[in-house]
Design a protein around this ligand. Sequence first.
Ligand code: ATP
Length: 427
Amino acid sequence: MKRTMIAHIVPETESKISGWVERLRDSKYMIFMVVKDRSGHIQVTIEKEKMPEIVKSLEGVIAGSVVNVYGVAHLSEYVKMGGIEMIPTKVEVVSYAEAMPITDKANIDQRLDYRWIDLRDDAKRFIFEVETVAEMAMREYCLQNQFIEIHTPKISAQSTEGGSEVFKTEYFGQTAYLTQSPQLYKQMAMASGFEKVFEIGPCFRAEQSFTSRHATEFMSFDVEMSYIDNHHDVMDMEEDMLKYVLKRVHDTYGDKIKEVFGVDVVVPTVAFPRLTFLEAMDILEKEYHYPKKDDFDPESEKLLCQYAMKHYGSEFVFITDFPFANRAFYTMQSENGNSKSYDLLWKDQEITSGAQREHRVQQLVENIASKGINPENMKGYVDFFRYGCPAHGGYAIGINRFVAKLLGLPNIKEATFIFRGPNRIMP
Ligand code: ATP
C-alpha cells in the first residue's frame, strides 16, 4: 500500500501513514501516539483491550522512532489535535530510537552536535524550504536574463586573493588551495565570451572569526557580467534581481514566515539608495557622531541601514566607491584613488560586495604590485586578460547570511544546514 502524507488523509478511508513517533502516552486502557511527517501530525488512538497485536508491536517504541501505521482516520470532536484521529489496524516499526541526547532547551553548540535531530523541528526545516525558494528565484531571474550557470573548481593551485585566509591542502605532492570564491574563474568566463554567468557554490575562508555572520565554508551566489560601463550597471542588475527574489519568497512563503518567525518579507518598492563611501562616512559623523574610520564596522553598518530607512524608506542601501586600499587587487580603480566597488547593506549587515573588475593587463599588474602580492602567484590569472577581455564586473551574495537576515535569525549557524567554523568540522 502506498503511503499517504498525513495532511492528505481522507477520513473514513483506509490509508497508510509513515513518520516519526512524536509523543507516546501509555495509560491504563489506551495508548495515544502522535505520528508526524513533513506535512503535519495526527493522533493514533489504540484501545489496548481491543488491539493486543498493536500494543505488542509498539513494545520498545519511544519518541523518535519511525513507524508505518495502517488504518482509518475518523473525525472526532473530542480529539484536540486537528479534530481527527486514526484507528490503526496494523503498526510496523521501521526504526527504534534511543533516548534523545538533546532537549529543546539545548544551546546552539549542543544542537549542532546533533544537528540531524535539531533539524527535525518544523521551524528549522522551514528555513531550508525558504532557502530553496530564494535560490530557485535567483537562478530563475538569471535564466530569464540570459545568464549561463557555471560550476567552477573548488581546488586550485592559485588562491583567489592571496593572503593567509586560505585552506591549504596537499595535492599529489603539490600545494593546492580551497577557493575563497569563484572570483578568478567567473572572470575567466568573461574572457571566454560567456558575457553573463552565475554560480551557486561553496566558498572556503580560513578565518578565525567567531561572529554571528562568519563561517569557514558558506554558500555564495555569484554573478559576473560583461560590457558594463561601470559598477552602477552591476548594482542595477543586483537590485532588480533582489526585488524579484523577495517577491517570489513573499508570494510563496510570506504568510508562513510571518507566522513562524514574526518577520515581514518586504518586497522593495523604492530604488535602493546609493551613498558613496565618503558620503556615508560624513553621515555617520554628522548624524550619529560616529568617529571617522578607515572602513565600516558592524555598528556603522547598522547606523547606515537606519539612515536609509529614515531618509529613503529602504531596507537596502548601497555603499559605493570604497578607497582602493580597502578592496581586492582585481577591483577597478577610479580617477580619485577610489574604486568602482560597492557593498550592499541589508538589515544592519553587509550581504554583498561587488565591483567593476580591472581587465587591462598593465593596470592589473600594477594593482598586484601595489597590494604587495607575489606576481608569480597571479600569473595564471593575469593571463586570462592577455588575449582580449571585455570590461566586466560582478558581485557575490552570501546565501546563508541572506537567509539569516531574511528570517531575522540571530546567527548564520541557524541558516546553514551543516555549519563550519574554526571550532567545528563535525558532524
Ligand atoms: P565581511 O567583511 O563580512 O567579512 P567580506 O568583505 O570578506 O565580508 P566578500 O569576500 O566580499 O566578503 O564576500 C561577499 C559576500 O559573501 C559577503 O557580503 C557575505 O555575504 C558573504 N561572506 C563573506 N565572508 C563570509 C563568511 N566568512 N561567512 C559567511 N558569509 C560570508
